[in-house]
Design a protein around this ligand. Structure first.
Ligand SMILES: [Zn+2]
Length: 128
C-alpha cells in the first residue's frame, strides 16, 4: 500500500506550488495507471490525514485511473486495452503491443481565485 507515501508527496508538491503563487489550493487531480493503481478510498483517507494542519486541509481530490494503452501492429492505432475485447477497435487485429503504463502523476492543482475564473484546463480523455 503506497497511498500514504503518495499522499505526502502530493501535499508537498501542492504546498511548494502554493508558496510560488500565494493562493489557497482547493482541489487536485492525480492520475495513475494500472500497475501503480491507487485505491480511491485509501488514497482519499491518506490525503486527508496528510493534509491535516496544512493549508491543503479540506481540498477536493480527484483520482483518475488511466487504462492500459496498446498499439495495433496492423494499423498503428493506439487504444485503451479492454480484456473483454482484446483486439484493435479500428481493424480488429489481435496483434498489438502494450504501451508503457501511465505514471502516477499529479495532473492538476486548482487554486482559489478571487476573480472567480475557474481557469481549469480540461484534458480530452482518450480512454472513453
Ligand atoms: Zn488496428
Amino acid at each position: 500500500m503506497h497511498e500514504t507515501a503518495v499522499a505526502q508527496s502530493v501535499i508537498e508538491t501542492i504546498l511548494a506550488e502554493m508558496r510560488k503563487i500565494d493562493r489557497r489550493p482547493v482541489a487536485a487531480r492525480i492520475s495513475c495507471g494500472q500497475f501503480n493503481a491507487l485505491n480511491d478510498e485509501v488514497m482519499r483517507f491518506a490525503f486527508e490525514v496528510a493534509a491535516q494542519d496544512t493549508p491543503c486541509r479540506g481540498m477536493r481530490l480527484e483520482i483518475r485511473h488511466v487504462p492500459l494503452q496498446a498499439r495495433c501492429e496492423g494499423c498503428g492505432r493506439a487504444f485503451a486495452f479492454n480484456i473483454q475485447e482484446a483486439c484493435c477497435p479500428a481493424c480488429g487485429s489481435e496483434a498489438f503491443a502494450f504501451l508503457p503504463d501511465a505514471p502516477l502523476l499529479l495532473e492538476e492543482i486548482e487554486f482559489e481565485d478571487e476573480s472567480n475564473d475557474e481557469g481549469v484546463s480540461e484534458q480530452a480523455d482518450p480512454g472513453s
